[in-house]
Design a protein around this ligand. Structure first.
Ligand code: SF4
Length: 379
């Protein structure tokens, strides 16, 4: 029996900063200014483990550390294995590089047609709008460029990217990502989206963002008006654990939904964070209660120094098997592997087809019971 979630049990992020006036706490600029960016920032707030101390020591050469006070408050400070803590505090395991790991695990550089624009699929592009995020995830697929710690120096100058899109009428879908586009100013976001909307063949604009999760204060009235004006905008947020589904995130999602933003969620399957069915089920249920469809569950990419996060693929398949049929179909994300080298996202599913004979397909339902269906359609 899976646990039921009730709104009264939702998390609320303030706690440590209870003396900070609401007018400061509730602004994204205050959250950005007061981020934990270096080891010493934890003094008086959190005792780092030796493993974390060592991890913090080299983060500035790999992927910067940055944690908003809001997100920091979701950490259980008495638990070194807290699933929130693991996502954002570097550990020494990041130094260990396995032979199969890559700086660019999904081959984006091979498909980079101009700086910051990846054209891999025929009708859509990935537009890297900025290298910066509100906080940095230790398993980030784009660690090579995000935060500019590795001197990638991705610039927020869009003319060449917009020109390429304008000259390619086969592109109908633009995914704005990065880094995180929602750390840009409202002026810059409005300008970028309106330039894209002015291109006649662009039908579909998506934003991939973790800002509502790291800093729901960013979802303010002005931003919502911009998104509404250019809607519908499709937005994928990124939560990995039910603790991230706070009252504040729920309110931010409500504002986005009422601004004609269509909401989905992407998660990364990670050891010790969300690699059990209860956690994934609870996360999905909370997302649905916020009006957010669990969209993708990613097998953790082969990013350099991420072996400590990766689960067996068989485990991921088994977890999906434990969700499918046992809860609402909307609550089951598509488990995918983003193929190393640039093959794109490949869906991975439990096998419900037992056999295909000359006349029928033999199926197994979610309980393992066998059913038959004629192979050929009617006359
Ligand atoms: S928010 Fe996204 S882009 Fe930024 S560090 Fe996390 S996974 Fe990477």
């Amino acid at each position: 029996m899976f646990p039921r979630d009730h709104l009264k049990n939702w998390y609320k992020g303030q706690g440590l900063w209870s003396d900070t006036p609401d007018y400061e706490w509730n602004t994204w600029q205050w959250q950005m200014r007061n981020r934990f960016n270096k080891k010493e920032d934890f003094d008086g707030y959190l005792k780092l483990t030796p493993d974390e101390e060592e991890g913090c020591g080299f983060a500035d050469q790999k992927l910067l550390m940055s944690i908003t006070p809001y997100f920091f408050n979701l950490i259980d400070r008495d638990d070194p294995d807290c699933p929130i803590r693991k996502q954002v505090i570097p550990r020494k395991s990041e130094k260990i590089v396995s032979p199969e790991e890559l700086l660019d695990p999904v081959g984006e550089e091979n498909n980079m047609v101009v700086e910051g624009l990846v054209h891999r699929y025929p009708d859509r592009v990935l537009f890297l709008a900025t290298p910066y995020c509100a906080s940095y995830c230790r398993y980030c697929t784009r660690s090579r460029l995000v935060s500019n710690a590795q001197d990638y120096n991705l610039h927020s100058e869009y003319d060449a990217r917009i020109k390429y899109i304008s000259e390619h009428p086969e592109i109908r879908d633009v995914l704005l990502s990065g880094g995180d586009p929602l750390v840009l100013s409202n002026r810059k976001i409005a300008e970028l989206i309106s330039r894209l909307r002015a291109i006649p063949h662009i039908e579909f604009i998506r934003i991939g963002t973790r800002v509502p999760v790291f800093m729901p204060q960013r979802i303010n009235t002005e931003l919502c008006e911009i998104l509404k004006e250019h809607g519908p905008i499709f937005m994928s947020i990124h939560t990995n654990h039910p603790k991230e589904c706070t009252i504040e995130l729920k309110e931010a999602c409500a504002k986005l939904l009422s601004s004609c933003v269509v909401m989905g969620n992407q998660s990364v399957l990670m050891k010790g964070v969300n690699d059990n069915a209860d956690t994934l089920m609870s996360l999905s249920h909370r997302l649905l209660q916020m009006g957010v469809k669990p969209y993708y569950l990613y097998q953790c990419d082969l990013i350099t120094g991420s072996a400590h996060f990766r689960t067996d693929v068989q485990k991921g398949i088994e977890l999906i098997r434990q969700l499918r049929g046992f809860t609402t179909g909307y609550a089951v994300p598509q488990y995918v592997i983003d193929a190393p080298g640039g093959g794109g996202k490949i869906p991975i599913n439990p096998d419900y087809v037992k056999e295909i004979t000359g006349t029928e397909i033999i199926l197994l339902n979610y309980q393992g019971n066998e059913y038959r269906y004629p192979l050929h359609g009617g006359v």
